[in-house]
Design a protein around this ligand. Structure first.
Ligand SMILES: Cc1cc2nc3c(=O)[nH]c(=O)nc-3n(C[C@H](O)[C@H](O)[C@H](O)COP(=O)(O)OP(=O)(O)OC[C@H]3O[C@@H](n4cnc5c(N)ncnc54)[C@H](O)[C@@H]3O)c2cc1C
Length: 432
């Protein structure tokens, strides 16, 4: 059986590895000149790598942990010791722990409401946005201030662009709001030592020349007996195709014959995040009793976190620009972006020396990601798209984190979708 896998992110490479292990003849076509998709490492000092894309994982991300162990990779705890900095409208404040200096009862009620949101018949109507939900359910100004910051940090989503049903689904799929929001004991507990990009790189190494880079697929033709995948003048014929690309990108491919229903609509958003990484000789903030964690009500950096490589060599403060702010920021010149980042870090951490380097990774304008962390389903999307996200179209099968009901949007969801789609394709062997 010959299977063409489109996309060499974690989903595509997991599927290709499973298919290969089961004896299928696999070819992976990847648009970029690198593997890993939404995981991407940057070497900020000799031997010191940081995650410009996905970074964090928790104990419940069991398939990722299994994969890492098999590839000789290990996890390292995310540093989160010391005081946090907050700039939430009343000047800068330093506080122990991560809880913001806002009305604790109002924020507690907000977290309880989000915890209780169900995904199912009792979810508020699919036409309601998260912004509508907040307006109806969060009377306290502190909860209204914090909600978009929290949603931006967790989902890189603008409340006005995401349906409340998708928010509820995401929370459930990720293990609940408390797990998703937590560092120790939660979804941000660890990082991959040396960078998450290594997972895809090592999977690709094992697949060798079956992974072909710089091969953007533009058409999938199954009008003949088998299926032909087209990338420029290259035609690869197979018995099945795995489309392991985000739904908005899969939608741009020409399918012959056409599909009965779309997998993304005009209100499907891209998620939007830019990561700004400030590199220092060492993590000076730790010497000042600070964790590097900060939350700000105004951009560009809505939060920062200490992402220093644990083996030393550099101190790295990662800033997140998310939600609507990411679109504004991504439209600035590189010089204006850097100036904005430096100004804000000077205000947040006035004792720090200037960084030795600033790396800005703009996922908003990445043509082969179309935003991040993951697709954001807008009002009405779940009703229209839900059933079609995973239903095969003839010989075309769908993978990617957006097809996973468990840990949607995360590396774990991508890997689970890769295992699921490989089993789906293998179960058809000899039946087509
Ligand atoms: C800034 C950022 C932070 C994140 N933080 C975290 C985190 O801390 N923890 C976590 O678990 N997750 C995080 N994520 C999400 C995580 O990266 C993704 O869920 C996961 O990597 C998605 O994998 P995937 O294989 O489904 O898709 P992708 O990684 O997007 O892979 C799809 C691949 O398909 C390729 N492609 C696209 N179109 C075509 C085409 N037409 N032809 C051929 N190839 C094509 C792309 O180049 C890409 O390589 C983050 C993402 C980003 C961007």
């Amino acid at each position: 059986m010959r299977v063409v896998v489109v996309g060499a992110g974690l989903a595509g490479l997991t599927a290709a590895t499973d298919l290969d292990a089961a004896g299928a003849d696999v070819v992976v076509l990847e648009a970029r000149d690198r593997v890993g998709g939404r995981t991407h490492g940057i070497e900020v000092a000799p031997g010191a790598w940081v995650d410009a894309g996905a970074a964090y994982l928790g104990d419940r991300h069991t398939e990722l942990h299994k994969l890492m162990a098999g590839l000789g990779l290990s996890a390292t705890p995310t540093a989160m010791r010391g005081d946090s900095r907050f700039a939430l409208g009343h000047g800068g404040k330093t506080r122990a722990g991560r809880f913001p200096p806002l009305n604790a009862v109002a924020l507690g009620e907000m977290f309880d409401l989000l915890h209780d949101l169900t995904y199912g018949p009792d979810t508020p109507s699919d036409t309601m946005t998260a912004a509508d939900w907040a307006a109806a359910n969060l009377p306290h100004p502190d909860a209204r201030l914090f909600f978009p910051l929290f949603l931006g940090e967790m989902m890189a989503a603008d409340p006005a662009a995401i349906s409340v049903r998708h928010m509820a689904f995401y929370l459930r799929s990720g293990g609940g709001i408390r797990y998703l929001n937590a560092f120790e004991g939660g979804a941000q507990q660890d990082r991959v030592l040396g960078g998450a990009h290594q997972v895809a790189e090592r999977l690709a190494e094992q697949l060798g020349d079956r992974v072909r880079l710089a091969r953007p697929v533009h058409a999938v033709d199954q009008s003949g007996g088998r299926v032909v995948v087209e990338s420029g003048d290259l035609r690869v014929t197979g018995d099945a195709v795995v489309m392991a690309v985000p739904p908005l990108l899969a939608e741009a491919v020409d399918y012959r014959p056409g599909r009965p229903a779309p997998r993304a609509t005009a209100v499907t958003g891209r998620g939007c995040a830019v990561k700004a990484q400030l590199v220092y000789d060492r993590p000076y903030w730790q010497e000042q009793g600070l964790s590097g964690w900060s939350v700000s009500a105004t951009g560009p950096l809505l939060s920062t976190v200490d992402d220093s490589p644990p083996q030393g060599g550099a101190g790295v403060l990662t800033g997140f620009v998310t939600g609507a702010e990411a679109y504004r920021f991504a439209g600035l010149t590189p010089a204006a972006r850097e100036a904005g980042v430096l100004r804000q870090v000077r205000e947040l951490f006035p004792q720090l020396p200037p960084p030795v380097a600033v790396h800005v990774t703009d996922w908003v304008n990445e043509p082969y990601s179309k935003g991040c962390y993951a697709a954001v389903f807008g009002p009405g999307d779940w009703t229209r798209l839900g059933p079609h996200l995973t239903t095969p179209h003839g010989r075309v099968h769908w993978a990617g984190t957006e097809t996973s009901t468990e840990f949607f949007g995360l590396m774990e969801g991508a890997i689970r979708s890769g295992h699921r789609v490989a089993a789906e394709v293998l179960s058809l062997e000899g039946k087509q």
